[in-house]
Design a protein around this ligand. Structure first.
Ligand SMILES: [Zn+2]
Length: 174
């Protein structure tokens, strides 16, 4: 049975509001993410309850809280790739891959080694997405989306066979 506590914080779900900048629903983010990404003044001005990340590319609001306070992308310690239109647009914040890296690889042969490289680093426990990625989660979903977009941009089918096989070094090969 749940204990009553007059000082308990309200449930985060109940406090969710849409982004004041674009009206879209945000994605909940944790303390570690806003602390890792925001400059101190912006962190201090952002409400504590119901903190969310705005995923809308054209919206300058990076984080917002249930009290209507916001932190803009210009107040982040990094360029927020998904909210920029000019390169370099960071895509993987832990290992430094950009949207331009993905586009160049795809344009150069159709295949993209970046998701494989990131997967290997994640498996080795070397990622720090919670405090490095503005979205507060692993970048692989967005990386795979960027690969598909890059394929469409050069006229390749989304998931079809690549004109050239990916070059993946395999040490176990005889
Ligand atoms: Zn927004």
């Amino acid at each position: 049975m749940e204990q009553l506590d007059c000082c308990a914080a309200p449930k985060a779900e109940a406090a969710r509001v849409p982004c004041p900048g674009c009206g879209a629903n945000g994605k909940p983010v944790g303390e570690e993410t806003v602390q890792g990404l925001l400059i101190p003044e912006a962190l201090a001005a952002l409400g504590v309850q119901g903190r969310s990340f705005c995923r809308t590319a054209s919206c300058p609001v990076l984080y917002f809280a249930a009290d209507g306070s916001v932190a803009h992308k210009a107040q982040a310690r990094v360029r927020v790739g998904m909210k920029e239109t000019e390169g370099p647009r960071p895509l993987c914040y832990c290992f430094g891959h950009t949207y331009e890296d993905v586009a160049a690889e795809v344009a150069g042969g159709g295949a993209c080694s970046i998701p494989t490289l990131i997967t290997a680093e994640v498996r080795a426990g070397r990622c720090a997405c919670e405090r490095m990625n503005p979205a507060g989660n692993c970048c692989l979903g967005e990386v795979n989306r960027a690969v598909k977009e890059a394929r469409v941009a050069v006229g390749l089918p989304l998931d079809g066979p690549s004109p050239r096989a990916p070059v993946v070094p395999d040490e176990r090969r005889p």
